[in-house]
Design a protein around this ligand. Structure first.
Ligand code: 23J
Ligand code: MN
Length: 262
């Protein structure tokens, strides 16, 4: 089949609803949960602010518009390779330099919701990914791998979302060997439903923060705070997600969308 025929078929299926568009982003505003780093790193990302410029009033009679105070790594967001020291030298690893062909790709959804409900510190291992592939099929080169934990149900509350105590944050994520394995498979990126791409306990891993350290070293991408992964099939959906073209940016809030069979 010609590619123009396939694209017009896709357009028809989108218009008819046979292919559905699923929203994978959380609301972005002053109540969006934000990462809290350990106190030795004194600076955190600032609270999101939305400031009115005008709203059909004396400041602008016919128009409404706002300006934002917004950290790059806020809410549902994309991590670019240059976010981490291991990825800083990739010339095409910034939000403005990543080739756009990377922003539309198949997605593998690994369901860890039961495990995460039973254990907020649950870690997905390479062995578990291989077992998942045995059931659902191999992860292909150029595909996203995302970890479903249904953590988005906690997104309404910063405390529930971060789930921290004296010992630190408790949230699920990948092991070092999980990230090594998906890179071996040729994954384009790793995504989670928690505040960041790494587990709450990832600071104590070797290397620390393996999803950041290893994915970005390999010039690959991250996605955090994804929503609605429970609405996606294990395989077969297409993820459409692009960071803002921020000059020298390290990441960006995104509207993440999935195309799924209805
Ligand atoms: C800055 C420092 C450490 C981490 C992060 C940001 C993230 O998780 C992020 O949003 O990329 S671990
Ligand atoms: Mn980030």
């Amino acid at each position: 089949m010609s590619s123009s025929k396939m694209l017009s078929d896709l357009a028809q299926m989108l218009l008819s609803g046979q292919i559905e568009v699923v929203d994978l982003s959380a609301p972005l505003g002053p109540d969006t949960p934000l990462l809290k780093l350990p106190p030795e790193f004194a600076v955190d990302t600032p609270k999101i602010e939305i400031h009115k410029i005008s709203a059909y009033d004396d400041k602008g009679p016919f128009w409404a518009w706002n300006w934002l105070k917004l950290g790059e790594h806020s809410g549902t967001h994309f991590d670019a390779p240059q976010h981490w020291i291991t990825g800083k030298d990739h010339a095409d690893g910034g939000t403005d330099t990543i080739p756009v062909s990377n922003f539309v790709a198949p997605v593998n959804v690994i369901d860890c919701s039961k495990e995460a409900a039973g254990d907020p510190d649950f870690l997905l291992t390479a062995d578990a990914v291989r077992a998942w592939e045995g059931e659902h099929g191999a992860i292909g080169k150029g595909e996203w791998v995302v970890m479903r934990t249904d953590w988005d149900r906690r997104n309404h509350s910063q405390d529930e979302f971060l789930n921290a105590d004296e010992a630190g944050p408790h949230s699920p994520g990948p092991t070092v060997d999980c990230i090594e394995y998906i890179l071996e498979r040729g994954a384009i990126g790793w995504g989670t439903q928690c505040i960041g791409t790494d587990a709450g306990a990832a600071g104590g891993m070797e290397p620390p923060f393996p999803a950041h350290n290893l994915m970005h070293k390999a010039n690959r991408y991250g996605l955090a705070s994804l929503c609605n992964l429970d609405r996606l099939p294990a395989k077969g959906a297409i993820l459409i997600v692009a960071p803002l073209k921020i000059v020298d940016g390290t990441g960006s809030p995104v509207r993440a969308l999935a195309l799924t069979p209805a």
